[in-house]
Ligand binder design. Sequence first.
Ligand code: SF4
Ligand code: SF4
Length: 153
Amino acid sequence: MVRNLAGIAKGMSITFREMLQPTIVENYPDGPGPLRGAVFEQRFRGAHVLQRDENGLEKCVACFLCAAACPANCIFIEAAENTAENRISSSERYAKVYNIDYNRCIFCGYCVEACPTDAITHGHGFELASLNATNMVMRKEDMLVPVSALTAK
Ligand code: SF4
Ligand code: SF4
């Protein structure tokens, strides 16, 4: 009984102490900057980004390891062969189609960890909600870093 009361008193002391601290709020979506007031930790796992190498080629080599690692089975890839006339990645194959179904993705990061070429990463994109489930399937074109972003560096 005494131990229980001591536990309750200890818990309430933390509650009262916190009540006297200044309130910290994020002024999203009315804050300044491109994030409109949202604040992220560096390691926040947001929308995926498909990366390019220093030559502008796509890093994805269509090895399917990310799809195999995905516990939600939400990555769909169609591979195609690079040719001399049409080189998309530096390897034999590239992802002709690369979709992630955000209706199912749980942002676990397993795909990022599984990728041998660092082709897929988590960005900080977070405004992904939609009332239409078909809008939640992101295509390669939605996720791929534009070539202009490389030249701007
Ligand atoms: S973050 Fe997880 S659930 Fe989402 S695509 Fe990657 S492996 Fe699948
Ligand atoms: S994103 Fe990485 S793991 Fe997935 S298919 Fe491309 S190269 Fe392979």
